[in-house]
Design a protein around this ligand. Structure first.
Ligand SMILES: [Zn+2]
Length: 120
C-alpha cells in the first residue's frame, strides 16, 4: 500500500501499527490501534516502539491493546473466508454436491468468489 504510514521515531522506518493521542491538560496519553486517517496532532508508532513506549513522569498511559500487530492481510483473508462461507450457505444442496464433485475432480480449481469491495 502506497499510503502506509511509518513510525514517528525519526530513525525508524518501520510501518506504523499504533497511534498515540494525548490530552496535554490531563497528562494522559492513549495508545490505540493505528488511526485510519493520519492525524497531525497524533503520533504513529511501529510494533516495536508501540510495545516499548513509555510516557514522561507524571503522565498516564492508557493502552487500548497489549500488543499491536500490523494490519495484516490475514484480516482480509478472514473477510474473504466469511464471504465465501456466507455465499456457500446460500447454495442449494444440489449446487453444493456439484461443487464438491468439481473440487474432487479439479482440486486446484478455484471456487468462484463473489465480487467484494472493501470500503475504507
Ligand atoms: Zn518505530
Amino acid at each position: 500500500m502506497s499510503h502506509a504510514r511509518q513510525c514517528s521515531r525519526t530513525t525508524c522506518y518501520a510501518p506504523a501499527v499504533a497511534t498515540l493521542t494525548y490530552q496535554y491538560n490531563e497528562a494522559t496519553a492513549v495508545l490505540g490501534p493505528l488511526a485510519p486517517i493520519a492525524d497531525p496532532s497524533a503520533f504513529d508508532f511501529c510494533q516495536n516502539h508501540a510495545n516499548t513506549l513509555t510516557v514522561p513522569h507524571g503522565w498516564t498511559m492508557i493502552r487500548l491493546a497489549d500488543n499491536f500487530e500490523p494490519p495484516a492481510r490475514a484480516g482480509e483473508d478472514e473477510v474473504m473466508a466469511f464471504v465465501n462461507s456466507a455465499a456457500e450457505e446460500k447454495l442449494t444442496a444440489q449446487e453444493k454436491a456439484e461443487m464438491s464433485r468439481a473440487r474432487r475432480a479439479h482440486p486446484s480449481a478455484l471456487v468462484p468468489r463473489p465480487h467484494l469491495s472493501l470500503v475504507p
